[in-house]
Design a protein around this ligand. Structure first.
Ligand SMILES: Cc1cc2nc3c(=O)[nH]c(=O)nc-3n(C[C@H](O)[C@H](O)[C@H](O)COP(=O)(O)O)c2cc1C
Length: 163
């Protein structure tokens, strides 16, 4: 799948999933595509420290094969979750080389609005991904304006994430 959304939330199906899917659909539309592959890391959380686990290996391969990887994560303690980090730690050097990645975070406080840029972007860059667009931070309290926020964001980000 060319657009993959990775949800780094220990609680699947919440606001973070809704935000990640909205961003994934907007990016796919900008690329003239319809399909988006959404992966809830909560589904493999119990296996992330079993090195060589087949489900984990299949998931890392699925993500690394994508053209665009949207990492959507709740803000925990001013940064991303341990779940997302434990997943991304599975990759070797430059494990996401050839992917374009988008740092997306959801949080309760505006104090952490730069977390996608100052915390998640460097992690994605360290893995060899290209991060050509701005990240996106969505407040819990702003879910009712999610559609507008994503539409505004994708006006600039969409062309940078297209072929
Ligand atoms: C353990 C924990 C730590 C959190 N730390 C922060 C934080 O430092 N900054 C913040 O803005 N929100 C923080 N939050 C709030 C979550 O980021 C926020 O509610 C997020 O939207 C939850 O996403 P969800 O609805 O998809 O589960 C924290 C929540 C939890 C459970």
């Amino acid at each position: 799948m060319s657009v993959v959304v990775v949800i780094g939330n220990p609680s699947p199906g919440g606001r973070t999933t809704a935000v990640g899917q909205a961003v994934g659909e907007a990016v796919a539309t900008a690329r003239g595509e319809t399909d988006v592959d959404t992966i809830e890391l909560a589904g493999i959380a119990a296996h992330l420290f079993e090195w060589g686990n087949e489900a984990v290996q299949a998931t890392t391969a699925r993500v690394a094969a994508a053209d665009v990887v949207i990492t959507a994560c709740p803000t925990y303690k001013a940064t991303y979750t341990g779940l997302l980090k434990a997943f991304l730690d599975q990759y070797g050097n430059d494990g996401l080389a050839g992917c374009r990645a988008v740092p997306v975070m959801v949080g309760a406080s505006l104090h952490h609005a730069l977390a996608p840029e100052v915390h998640l972007r460097p992690l994605l860059v360290e893995l060899g991904a290209s991060v050509p667009s701005r990240g996106l931070y969505v407040l819990d309290s702003a879910m009712d304006t999610l559609e507008t926020a994503v539409a505004d964001w994708v006006k600039i980000a969409g062309p940078l994430l297209s072929r």
